[in-house]
Design a protein around this ligand. Structure first.
Ligand code: ZN
Length: 209
């Protein structure tokens, strides 16, 4: 359940464990608002912990077998949202930089610039590696104002037509461990057109992996 580049962590009941095999990165300033790997990782794992508190052992265990898109995308969202809140509180000004700066290249070397790492703005529905695709912007895209399809361009990017869905609704969606149920609930809050456009790429991914 870690966030990559060899930095990994796991949220287990009452504890979060963080593993960092690349000490040269430890003091780097990278990713969302230039926060460190470790902060981002802990906040991501905190997201897993929240979901575990909501769902309990059995449902989380079942979720990890076939619904990890929901699981990891939720953790990304929590990490992203908490990082935004934290850095805004310090007076940082939020701005979109080039989201393509946050690509994972062929050897998975991180590009240490930009605010959109946990937001996964460079996520593509055709992501070749299943593991990468699990970390989608599904929940982030329900709140942020950045449409990857328009701003990066290309059919492989989500057409993010939804912004600013209420936090309370997103929290309810985060308690759902099943993809068909998730879609059913999301549909209640979006117009048919917005729903169909928004869900298409995530649905495609879920169906092809
Ligand atoms: Zn995770």
């Amino acid at each position: 359940m870690g966030i990559g580049h060899g930095t990994t962590g796991v949220s287990i009941q009452n504890q979060i464990e963080v593993y960092h095999p690349y000490p040269t990165y430890t003091n780097e300033t990278v990713y969302l608002h230039h926060h460190s790997y470790t902060i981002g990782l802990v906040l991501h794992e905190l997201g897993h912990w929240i979901q575990w508190k909501w769902l309990g052992n059995d449902e989380i265990a079942a979720m990890l077998l076939g619904q990890r898109l929901l699981n990891e995308s939720w953790a990304n969202y929590v990490g992203w949202e908490l990082c935004r809140a934290y850095y805004k509180s310090l007076g940082w000004r939020e701005q979109f930089q080039d989201p393509t700066e946050n690509v994972w290249d062929e050897i998975e070397t991180p590009t240490p610039i930009g605010i959109s790492y946990e937001a996964r703005q460079n996520w593509q529905k055709t992501d070749r590696r299943k593991e990468n695709g699990l970390y989608s912007p599904l929940f982030v895209d329900l709140r942020d104002g950045f449409n990857q399809r328009l701003n990066i361009g290309g059919d492989v990017y989500p057409d993010d037509v939804v912004n600013d869905l209420d936090y309370l609704i997103i929290n309810e969606l985060g308690k759902i461990a099943n993809w068909p149920h998730f879609k059913q609930e999301l549909r209640k809050y979006l117009s048919e057109s917005d729903y169909n456009t928004f869900i298409a790429d995530f649905d495609w991914w879920q169906a092809h992996h």
